[in-house]
Design a protein around this ligand. Structure first.
Ligand code: G6P
Length: 610
C-alpha cells in the first residue's frame, strides 16, 4: 500500500529518495513521485507505473533536483484513477505546500467544497490534494502550526510528510492510523512507512503516535500533539539489516522466503521450547499468564493469510488447550458489535502489525474490555504497541507480497500459545513433551519438502494452463486449503477456490469438468478415509487430483494423478508441512505464466486503509 519516504539532512535528497522508493516497492503501488526543495524551489516529477519511470524523469530534469530536503511516494490508488495528476506529491494551488500522504481523508468532500467556496482550485481527484490546499489556506508563516490546524479539521487516517517553499529547512510529518517511522541519523532524518527504507541510513528510529506531529530541521526534532503539547518520542533500535531485505541470489523474494522457512521457524521456536519441564516459554505472555489460563473464550482475528493462520489456531486452541475459540475477519468483527464478556481474550494476528482492519478490531476489543494479544512479526508496529501482551514471530522481514514464512511463523506461534495454555490447563508433561519433540523437528521436515521442489515444479507445470482450480482439505488442513487457493490467486491470477473437502458436494462439485486440477490435502490424519472418499467423487467427474500425502502412502497413488509427499507428523502440526508444497505450486505457476511474482497485480503487502 502507499509508501512514504522523506529526507532532510546534508546529502543529495533525490538519490536517497529514489533508493527509498525502491525499498518500498514491495508494499504494492501503481504510480510514484518525488519532490525536492532546493535553491530552485520545489522540483517535482511523478509518473504512472514503476519507480524506474519517475527515476528516469528525475535524472533527466538534472540540476533542479539538487537539494537536501524532499519527499517521495508510491501510490496505491484509493480516490481517483491511476493517472499522473493523481500521483503524489500533491501541491496546494499556490505551489507552496507539497505533501505526501498514506491513508484516507474521509471528509475530503466537505473540505473540498469549503475550499472551493474560498476560491481554491484543484488539479486532481484525490483526497490528499484537499489536505495540501487546506494546509496552504491555513499557512501563516509557520508550517508546523498550519499542519496542526489542518489536521484538527480532518477525519480519517493519515501518515503525511509536508514541506513548504518558504521554509527550506523544515520537514513536518504527522500520523493518525497509518504507520510512520522517523529514522534519526547524525544531522539527518529519514522518514518512512517502514524500516526497509531507513536501515541503509540509520538503525535509530521512533514510531510516531496517533495525533502527533513532528517537525524536523537539520539539527533538531520537535514532537507535539496536534494541540501543540510537547511529546517525548520513544527511541528504538531497528532490528533489520540490509542483507535481510536483499534477494541474496534468489530470483524473487517469495522464493527466498519459502526457502528460508526452516531457518525462520528455528528463530520462531528458539528459546521457547523447554523440554525438561515439558512446557513452552513465552516471555511476552508471562505478565498475563493467569488471566490467559482462566480465559473463557479466545477470539482470533486478522485478514488474508493471517486469518487462515487464525483458523488453524482455532483447531489448536480447542484441541490442545480445550478453550472455546472463535475466529473472525477483523473487518467484520469491528462493525458487528461483538459480544465481549468477562474472560474474553482477543488475539490479533498480523505480519505487518499495520493492517488497518486488524488494528481497528483490536481497539474495538480493548474498548469492550477484552484482554488484547498480538501475534505479530514487525517489532514496534502499531498492533504490537496496542496490545496488552503477545508473541513476536521473529521470522525476519517479509518482502514478498504473498505471505509465506510469516504464515508458518504465525501457525508455529499459535501452536506454542496453545501448548502454553494447554500445559497450564490440562495437558500432561508427557503429552506436552511429545508435542514439543515433534515441533522441534518441523524445520528439518520442511527442508525435506524443499528438497523436492523440482518435482513440485514439474507437477505444477502440467496444469498451469488450467484457469480453474479447487483446493480441498479437512480439519486442520481445511484452512491450509484456503491458503493454497489464496496463494495461487494472488500471484498467478488463476481462479482458485479453497473449501472443506466435504463442502464440495454441496454445490462446487458442479464446476468439476474433465481435467480440472483439484488439490487435496490428504495427509494421514483422523479424516484420511473421508478425504479418500472425496477424492473418488472428484475422479468420477473427470477432475485431475493432485494429492499432498504422507511419505510412505502408496494407497493414494492409485487415486491421484500426481502425489506430492510431506514427511509424517502429528496432525496438529501438519499444516506447517502441507502448506509448503502449496506455496511452491503457486510460485511455479506464476513464474510459468510469466508474472512478476514480487509485484502482483493490484495487491498491497500491508493494507493500511479499511
Ligand atoms: C494483505 C496482504 C496479505 C496479508 C494480509 C494481512 O491482504 O496482501 O498477504 O495476509 O494483508 O496482512 P498482515 O500484515 O496483517 O498479516
Amino acid at each position: 500500500m502507499c509508501g512514504i519516504v522523506a529526507y532532510i539532512g546534508t546529502k543529495p535528497a533525490a538519490d536517497l529518495l529514489v533508493e527509498g522508493l525502491k525499498r518500498l516497492e514491495y508494499r504494492g503501488y501503481d504510480s510514484a513521485g518525488v519532490a525536492v526543495l532546493g535553491d530552485h524551489g520545489i522540483a517535482m516529477e511523478r509518473a504512472v507505473g514503476r519507480v524506474a519511470n519517475v527515476e528516469a524523469r528525475v535524472d533527466a530534469a538534472g540540476d533542479i533536483f539538487r537539494g537536501t530536503l524532499g519527499l517521495a511516494h508510491t501510490r496505491w490508488a484509493t480516490h481517483g484513477g491511476v493517472t499522473e495528476a493523481n500521483c503524489h506529491p500533491h501541491t496546494d494551488d499556490r505551489n507552496d505546500i507539497c505533501l505526501i500522504h498514506n491513508g484516507i481523508i474521509e471528509n475530503y468532500g466537505a473540505l473540498r467544497t469549503w475550499l472551493q467556496e474560498r476560491g481554491h482550485t484543484f488539479k486532481s481527484e484525490t483526497d490528499t490534494e484537499v489536505l495540501a490546499v487546506l494546509i496552504g489556506e491555513l499557512y501563516e508563516g509557520d508550517l508546523e502550526a498550519a499542519v496542526q490546524a489542518a489536521l484538527k479539521e480532518v477525519t480519517g487516517a493519515y501518515a503525511i510528510a509536508v514541506i513548504c517553499a518558504q521554509e527550506p529547512d523544515t520537514l513536518v510529518c504527522a500520523r493518525k492510523g497509518s504507520p510512520l517511522l522517523i529514522g534519526v541519523g547524525s544531522g539527518e532524518y529519514v522518514v518512512a512507512s517502514d524500516a526497509s527504507a531507513i536501515v541503509a541510513h540509520t538503525t535509530q528510529a521512533f514510531a510516531l503516535d496517533d495525533y502527533n506531529v513532528c517537525k524536523l530541521t537539520r539539527d533538531a526534532i520537535q514532537t507535539s500533539t496536534i494541540d501543540n503539547q510537547a511529546v517525548t518520542p520513544k527511541m528504538m533500535q531497528l532490528e533489520m539489516d540490509l542483507e535481510q531485505i536483499e534477494l541474496g541470489g534468489h530470483p524473487h523474494y517469495m522464493h527466498k522466503e519459502i526457502f528460508e522457512q526452516p531457518e525462520s521457524l528455528r528463530m520462531t521456536l528458539r528459546g521457547r521450547i523447554d523440554k525438561n519441564e515439558g512446557r513452552i516459554v513465552l516471555g511476552g505472555l508471562l505478565s498475563h499468564a493467569s488471566q490467559l489460563v482462566r480465559a473463557r473464550k479466545f477470539i482470533l482475528t486478522g485478514q488474508g493469510t493471517a486469518l487462515h493462520a487464525a483458523m488453524i489456531g482455532e483447531y489448536l486452541f480447542e484441541n490442545l488447550a480445550k478453550v472455546p475459540t472463535e475466529i473472525e475477519y477483523a473487518s467484520e468483527f469491528r462493525y458487528r458489535n461483538p459480544i465481549v464478556e468477562e474472560g474474553t481474550v482477543v488475539a490479533a494476528i498480523s505480519q505487518s502489525g499495520e493492517t488497518a482492519d486488524t488494528l481497528a478490531a483490536l481497539t474495538e476489543a480493548k474498548d469492550k474490555g477484552a484482554l488484547a494479544l498480538g501475534v505479530v512479526n514487525v517489532v514496534g508496529s502499531s498492533i504490537s504497541r496496542e496490545t496488552d501482551a503477545g508473541v513476536y514471530l521473529r521470522v525476519g522481514p517479509e518482502i514478498g507480497v504473498a505471505s509465506t514464512k510469516a504464515f508458518t511463523g504465525q501457525v508455529a506461534a499459535l501452536t506454542m500459545m496453545a501448548i502454553f495454555l494447554g500445559r497450564r490447563r490440562l495437558m500432561s508433561v508427557e503429552e506436552c513433551r511429545a508435542m514439543l519433540d515433534e515441533l522441534e523437528l518441523v524445520p528439518e521436515k520442511i527442508e525435506r519438502i524443499l528438497g523436492s521442489a523440482d518435482t513440485i515444479k514439474r507437477v505444477t507445470e502440467k496444469y498451469v494452463n488450467q484457469e480453474n482450480w479447487l483446493f480441498l482439505g479437512r480439519g486442520y488442513n481445511y484452512p491450509t486449503a484456503l491458503e493454497g487457493a489464496l496463494k495461487l490467486k494472488e500471484i498467478s491470477y488463476i481462479h482458485a477456490e479453497g473449501m472443506p473437502a466435504a463442502e464440495m458436494k454441496h454445490g462446487p462439485i458442479a464446476l468439476i469438468t474433465e481435467g480440472m486440477p483439484v488439490v487435496f490435502i490428504a495427509n494421514r490424519g483422523a479424516q484420511y478415509a473421508k478425504v479418500l472418499a472425496n477424492i473418488e467423487e472428484v475422479r468420477s467427474r473427470g477432475g485431475h487430483v493432485i494429492a499432498i500425502a504422507t511419505e510412505g502412502d502408496t494407497e493414494i497413488t492409485s487415486l491421484a494423478e500426481d502425489v506430492l509427499y510431506v514427511p509424517d507428523i502429528t496432525e496438529p502440526l501438519s499444516p506447517l508441512l502441507t502448506v509448503v508444497p502449496l506455496q511452491l505450486m503457486a510460485y511455479y505457476a506464476a513464474v510459468a505464466r510469466g508474472h512478476d511474482v514480487d509485484k502482483p497485480r493490484n495487491l498491497a503487502k500491508s493494507v493500511t486503509v479499511e
